[in-house]
Design a protein around this ligand. Structure first.
Ligand code: NI
Length: 183
């Protein structure tokens, strides 16, 4: 296992469209090691999710830390290979997001409240599930990375962009805005 270097905004790998992973390659040492290194890197930097391009690997793989809500202590790390998402319903929710590739900054981003997810798991088996709320936001953020999209591109109002330390001093607490409906 290894902690990988995280690409920061400005590195072209973050703007490239990542390539799918062939299903019969999922069980190879190369891909299994990549995924375990991504999990270790995410945990080291206290991220809630990480996408292949963020560790300079332009492949369609993400790891996400799923929990009931932002405050929940129990988590489950889920690797998703070649994930595809579709919105469920037409409601969007606006809430704070940050990104390990855009350090020390956060902003308010509208996202679908609920999404359906299809992906392959670490054994190459098909997964299909629905998520809503924070995990739905997280998965949309990570899947965007596979298409070269950063959360900044999704923001409707750049005035909410804040440095974490200033936001802690002056801004609304993230948990207070979690139900704010998008207009
Ligand atoms: Ni990110």
């Amino acid at each position: 296992m290894a902690i990988l270097k995280v690409a920061r905004m400005g590195h072209p790998v973050l703007r490239a469209v990542a390539e799918p992973i062939e299903p019969d390659k999922i069980q190879t040492d190369e891909i299994q090691r990549l995924i375990s290194d991504m999990v270790e890197t995410m945990e080291e930097y206290e991220g809630a999710g990480l996408a292949g391009p963020q560790v300079h690997v332009a492949r369609r793989v993400v790891v996400v830390e799923l929990r009931e809500d932002r405050e929940a202590e129990e988590t489950e790390v889920l690797p998703l290979i070649n994930p595809q998402i579709r919105p469920i319903g037409d409601r969007k929710i606006s809430d704070w997001e940050g990104c390990l590739s855009v350090p020390d900054i956060r902003g308010i981003v509208p996202r679908w409240q609920a999404v359906g997810v299809e992906a392959l798991n670490i054994e190459g088996e098909a997964l299909s599930f629905e998520v809503r709320g924070f995990p739905a936001r997280l998965i949309q953020h990570e899947v965007d990375h596979l298409d070269g999209i950063l959360y900044l591109d999704r923001m409707k109002d750049l005035r909410t962009l804040s440095f974490l330390d200033e936001s802690a001093r002056f801004g609304p607490d993230a948990s207070e805005s979690s139900d704010a409906a998008d207009k």
